[in-house]
Design a protein around this ligand. Structure first.
Ligand code: ADP
Ligand code: ZN
Ligand code: ZN
Length: 698
């Protein structure tokens, strides 16, 4: 296993020669020994020769002697001294992530650094001599986006109890802040954070998505400036330029920034005086990285908090069942905000049984009437539909032809708006084609869109309510950089009466004038294969429902469904997250699913499905054939390899194998041995593979 060597300086291996263990970003081993004529600390970046290239690596250990014959060990090229070394606690987290997620240390450490810190060409000189990193700062001074301080509301009793208790924690504890939508969780975070800042500590504030919630950034700036000074907030997300990302990294590493507001990648930010981590909307799947190092930023936050002995706050109206289970069993401390913070009640949730209704373009008469009433009352209404495009498929009514992606086992989606006017687009691989003038099979010209997406709903609403100003919010209408923020700013400014949107509108927005939320086609998620589908559906509907009536009284939610008796919907009517979670956990327990079992997923990709399946079948047989793994089989279940639901994407066919155990440690030990053997096997079978620990979708 790849651990970190002790970070104490080792003596020279020969007079004036030091041995360094260096992590580089290459597959497999990723740790290599080099010699240096000067002593170098652990955590320092170095340039080393690698094959015929030169690469940036990070010193992770100082072994007493190289692992191979010293005569073969190369010398480092250069010590990079433009930033402080990565700290011991940062390296511990990277090392933990490498072990836990079965990834070479170098492939964890290097990708976590801002680009400029891992490019050989970016280094331009020593820190004290005003190297690039300092010059970068002086190029563009710390952005002082001054926001006038706002007046914090008087906390209600529930908020005050939670904030006081969290701020009083002087050691590690994971706190679940379970607050209904609009209960004012943000105020609790802010109050607790202020106290931590006042003690001279830094705060990491994680959110699933930043661009969509400039409101939060504004309140953070306004509220925290008095404690930490303006300019003390840094922001980190994947939409930043390399320079902006580097600047934020350096500001927190040097302690200039006291608060870091960031998406999942910010869990890897170096924060020498970290005193608290807040994970807002902790259930959100955006916290899971879906390629490379497939980490959960939420889980790493809990690990980091425990390692640093500082509190971690997980907030949500709909916590993940994993976290809820920890709260139920007393692992986590729980605070509940059961009431909305403003003087408004939770919206009334109504189910419209669509089984015997004549729907008009997907709309029930009840929903259309309710929208009309809200518009007449000068309130906003929102129609939620988690499907973008005009229609999910184009169909020939004479011969039954359907539009299909030539590269994927999936339909192509009809798009009819904006730049993508009248095209068929594959939402899996991005393939685009013109809409054919006639059926490619039979020549009939009567091609019909089947089903509906946000564009078609928008079109229909425009016909029904010609006076209404309609905004569509989905990945298509917000493709350009900055356009999402601009669109939301206009919505908040009251420029629209009717909103049509995908899950993008469900997250975190505090709409002032929104009275009604209508939900179309929720049933689509009800019978998905994934055992987490009901949990996700409940969370999504609860979140979008929570946008209704946050400021205006009499908020209402209308959900159209063919299955009103389903537990998900029944719990929603009662706003009963605990009831739903209890039911969900009982079910999981009965069949031995997470959080009562631990899982890992091996996915293989090949030109031919057979190759992927053969590889997985061999991987499955390995433990029975190798003594080092044989014993582990007592505690581990390896399921049959199966093709993915969408088998082919961009001409690559995919299959997966699920590994499960009720014992996390046993699973970890098994995975370490197993994954070491997989690389060779994959080469033999000519497949690509990835191993994901704690997969969210199976
Ligand atoms: P949540 O994140 O829990 O859904 P928010 O933090 O967005 O809720 O708060 C909902 C609304 O209530 C916001 O407009 C916020 O300004 C307001 N609010 C929060 N706390 C209070 C309070 N104690 N008194 C009055 N309004 C409050
Ligand atoms: Zn046809
Ligand atoms: Zn495709």
């Amino acid at each position: 296993s790849i651990g970190l060597s002790s970070p104490v300086a080792a003596g020279p291996v020969a007079p004036g020669v030091y041995c360094l263990r260096v992590a580089v970003d290459v597959p497999l081993l990723a740790l290599f020994d080099y010699l240096s004529t000067v002593p170098v600390e652990v955590g320092v970046r170095v340039i080393v020769p690698f094959g015929r290239r030169k690469v940036v690596g990070v010193v992770v250990g100082l072994p007493e002697a190289p692992a191979i014959d010293i005569a073969l060990v190369k010398e480092i090229d250069q010590v990079l001294d433009d930033t402080p070394p990565l700290s011991a606690d940062w390296l511990r987290m990277a090392s933990f992530a490498a072990q836990y997620y079965q990834r070479p240390l170098g492939e964890v450490i290097l990708p976590a650094l801002p680009t400029a810190l891992r490019k050989v060409s970016a280094y331009q000189g020593k820190l004290s001599a005003g190297g690039p990193v300092q010059r970068l700062d002086n190029r563009k001074p710390v952005a002082r986006r001054d926001v006038p301080p706002d007046v914090p509301p008087q906390l209600n009793a529930e908020q005050a109890a939670a904030a006081t208790a969290i701020a009083a924690l002087r050691q590690h504890k994971t706190v679940m802040l379970h607050g209904v939508t609009g209960s004012g969780k943000t105020e609790v975070y802010l109050h607790a954070a202020q106290q931590v800042l006042a003690r001279g500590k830094q705060v990491l504030f994680m959110v699933p998505e930043i661009n969509l919630t400039p409101q939060l950034e504004r309140s953070l700036r306004a509220r925290l400036a008095s404690v930490a000074g303006s300019g003390a907030l840094a922001v980190m997300h994947s939409g930043l330029s390399d320079g902006e990302r580097l600047r934020a990294w350096l500001q927190v590493q040097r302690g200039q920034a006291r608060v870091l507001l960031g998406t999942r990648l910010s869990i890897f930010a170096p924060m020498p005086e970290l005193g608290m981590i807040i994970v807002d909307e902790e259930h959100d799947t955006s916290y899971k990285q879906q390629d490379g190092l497939r980490y959960s930023a939420r889980d790493l936050a809990v690990w980091r908090g425990s390692d640093l002995n500082i509190p971690v706050v997980l907030g949500s109206a709909t916590p993940s069942l994993e976290s809820w289970n920890h709260a139920q069993t007393g692992h986590y401390l729980r605070y509940t905000l059961a009431q909305r913070a403003r003087d408004v009640a939770l919206p009334e949730v109504r189910l419209v049984d669509t089984r015997r209704l004549a729907l008009q373009q997907g709309f029930s008469p009840q929903l259309i009437k309710a929208i009309g009433e809200r518009l007449a009352a000068k309130e906003q209404a929102l129609v939620f539909l988690n499907r973008r495009g005009y229609a999910p498929v184009l169909n020939c009514s004479s011969c039954g032809w359907v539009s299909q992606c030539p590269r994927c086992t999936a339909y192509t989606v009809l798009h009819r708006a904006g730049a993508r006017r009248n095209i068929l687009q594959c939402h899996h691989c991005g393939h685009q084609a013109r809409v054919p003038a006639a059926c490619p099979e039979c020549g009939d010209q009567d091609l019909k869109p089947m089903g509906r997406g946000t564009q078609r709903v928008e079109e229909h609403l425009a016909e029904l309510f010609p006076q209404a100003r309609i905004a569509r919010i989905d990945a298509d209408s917000t493709r350009l950089k900055g356009s999402a923020a601009a669109l939301f700013a206009r919505i908040h400014a009251g420029e629209f009466d009717l909103l049509v949107g995908t899950q993008m509108v469900a997250k975190g927005h505090d709409f002032a004038n929104l009275g009604l939320v209508g939900v179309l086609n929720a049933d689509a998620m009800l019978f998905a294969q994934d055992f987490r589908a009901p949990e996700r559906l409940f969370a999504q509907l609860m979140q979008v429902a929570g946008r209704a009536g946050r400021h205006v009284k009499g908020g209402q939610v209308i959900i159209q469904t063919d299955y009103p008796e389903q537990a998900v919907y029944q719990a929603l009517i009662r706003h009963d997250y605990p009831g739903f979670a209890g039911y969900g956990l009982d079910e999981r327990k009965a069949v031995g699913l997470p959080p009562y079992a631990y899982q890992a997923l091996l996915t293989a990709e090949a030109r031919q499905l057979a190759a992927a399946l053969d590889f997985l079948a061999s991987a499955r047989r390995l433990p029975a054939e190798q003594a080092t793994m044989y014993e582990a089989l007592d505690a581990i279940t390896l399921y049959d390899p199966v093709p993915l639901r969408v088998v082919r994407v961009a001409n690559v066919e995919r299959a997966q194998l699920l590994v499960e155990s009720t014992n996390r440690r046993a699973l970890q030990q098994f995975l370490t041995t197993w994954s070491a053997a997989l690389a060779g096997l994959a080469r033999d079978f000519r497949v690509r593979y990835n191993l994901e620990v704690d997969p969210l979708e199976i």
